[in-house]
Design a protein around this ligand. Structure first.
Ligand SMILES: Nc1ncnc2c1ncn2[C@@H]1O[C@H](COP(=O)(O)OP(=O)(O)OP(=O)(O)O)[C@@H](O)[C@H]1O
Ligand code: SF4
Ligand SMILES: [Mg+2]
Length: 321
């Protein structure tokens, strides 16, 4: 077996991202992230708005905004992605590594029927011998995600939000990726459709043996549909582990606060029972210490001075393994 097959599907080591700030400043947006994902495995990256979830996904896709810089290691099946040039990326992005973006409307071409948009990546990556076979593959994929032929031949504006989200998933899967990144794929949907789309993603992972990196701000909704969780705050990993363990024994103060704030039956969906007090820091407000310190009930003076080290499961001065 070659080294690339022995490697995990995705390995991220010490990923750091700096964004351009005012007056030439560089803002340290992602700070030393470590993530690992195996084929057939699903990992949810969870955190409040502004935690750095989308920036992480964009770094993995090589799509960071102009002026951003990135250090560390990102390996897909043992291949280093940060070293890729444009030609190298064209063999990876949209092919072995695909993403469902956070904004479903802007990700679909309003002037093209959905079926044609799923055919496109199949043709682009030469995965079918002719147009007819590509069409058949695209149609089968759209049916698999729950769209019928009439819906497949519709324009995006003729579909509901849930149907558009399914079309985007089909588009991302068209080139048979080994890793799918789905950035808040259910935010625009109502509660029933959210569960349906998450269940669809979970069954596609099992069927295809691909990896799934699911990005969400909703710990309670996501946690039971993935195998592992990584909790992100202020661009730093707070806690990571097996989903069942993190739900029954959340240890990090931020994970505990997110879990305590989850919506409960009777409280109304989207109505946290105990909203987290305080605000997520902006990039300019991030201090060198633990980003959660201003909101943390366990914070001690050293928390604000120095960030706790990541030990593989937790980063916290006060909670030790
Ligand atoms: N293009 C950009 N230029 C400057 N700052 C940015 C840019 N994109 C993101 N940021 C900042 O980086 C931080 C992380 O943003 P990111 O989009 O990754 O958050 P997120 O966790 O995906 O949030 P949400 O749940 O709202 O999508 C935020 O402080 C955000 O304001
Ligand atoms: S390091 Fe300190 S501030 Fe950060 S989560 Fe732990 S106790 Fe709270
Ligand atoms: Mg985002």
């Amino acid at each position: 077996m070659s080294a690339s097959h022995a490697a995990p599907l995705l390995r991220v080591r010490d990923l750091n991202v700096w964004m351009p700030g005012p007056a030439g400043a560089r803002l340290h947006a992602l700070r030393g992230l470590h993530l690992t994902l195996d084929a057939g495995d699903s990992l949810a990256l969870i955190g409040e708005s502004g935690s750095g979830k989308t920036l992480t996904a964009l770094a993995l896709m090589g799509l960071l905004p102009e002026g951003a810089s990135c250090t560390g290691e990102i390996e897909l099946q043992g291949q280093s992605l940060l070293a890729l040039d444009d030609t190298g990326w064209s063999a990876v992005r949209g092919r072995r590594l695909a993403m469902v973006f956070q904004e479903p409307l802007t990700a679909l071409n309003p002037l093209q029927r959905v079926l044609a948009q799923v055919v496109e990546p199949i043709r682009l990556h030469r995965l079918a011998p002719d147009r007819e076979t590509a069409q058949q593959r695209a149609m089968a994929l759209l049916e698999r995600v729950g769209l019928d032929e009439r819906q497949a031949r519709s324009y995006p504006h003729e579909l509901s939000g849930g149907q558009r989200q399914r079309a985007l998933i089909a588009m991302a899967l068209a080139a048979d990726p080994v890793l799918l990144i789905a950035d808040e794929p259910t935010t625009a949907l109502d509660a029933r459709l959210r569960l349906q789309v998450l269940d669809l993603l979970a069954s596609l992972v099992a069927e295809r043996g691909m990896g799934l990196l699911l990005i969400s701000h909703d710990l309670a909704l996501t946690a039971r549909r993935v195998q592992r969780l990584a909790i992100l705050y202020g661009g730093q990993l707070m806690e990571q582990g097996d989903a069942a363990t993190l739900l029954t024994e959340p240890r990090h103060p931020y994970t505990r606060a997110l879990w305590a704030a989850r919506p409960r039956l009777g409280a109304g969906r989207d109505q946290p029972l105990h909203p987290l007090p305080g605000q997520v820091p902006t990039l300019a407000q991030l201090e060198p210490g633990c980003p959660f310190a201003p909101r943390c009930p366990l914070a001690q003076p050293r928390c604000a001075r120095q960030a706790p080290a990541w030990d593989g499961r937790l980063a916290c001065w006060e909670v030790t393994p």
